[in-house]
Design a protein around this ligand. Structure first.
Ligand code: 2BA
Length: 109
């Protein structure tokens, strides 16, 4: 058995959850926050049998899109000691960041 952690953009999560559930996969949705952009994203947990892993990964790949976002970084001001000026940078987020873990034990009480 595997446990898939999929970090996806909030905009993609409703369609992905529907697609996973339509295939009979169990999903848990967690509200999460990216460390770099410090904005909300969605982490989905999917526990599944090994033979469903490719199906799950395929649905994630098909559903989750790359998007460009503007983030704010800091530039040191020359001659101003430790002062910094904010400036915008563009980053590409997604489609999805996915971790697949092997599950030792799965119990439901
Ligand atoms: P964030 O940490 O908010 O990162 C959003 C996007 O900012 C990243 O997209 C990447 O394009 C960019 N980025 C991140 N760190 C950067 C840096 N030090 N310098 C320049 N650009 C940077 P993704 O790579 O698609 O990641 C989307 C979200 O997935 C991340 O949101 C984070 O929540 C999660 N994530 C990504 N890699 C991870 C990892 N190794 N472990 C845990 N979570 C991860």
């Amino acid at each position: 058995m595997k446990l898939v952690f999929a970090i996806v953009q909030d905009e993609d999560s409703p369609r992905l959850i529907t697609a996973l559930m339509d295939e009979g996969l169990g999903v848990t949705k967690l509200a999460s926050t990216g460390g770099f952009l410090k904005s909300g994203n969605t982490t989905l947990l999917v526990g599944l049998d090994d033979d469903k892993l490719d199906l799950c990964l395929g649905l994630i790949e098909k559903t989750c899109k790359n998007r460009r976002q503007i983030a704010t970084s800091q530039m040191p001001l020359s001659g101003a000691g430790t002062m910094y000026a904010p400036y915008p940078i563009e980053v590409t987020v997604g489609g999805a960041t996915v971790f697949v873990l092997s599950v030792d034990q799965f119990v439901k009480y």
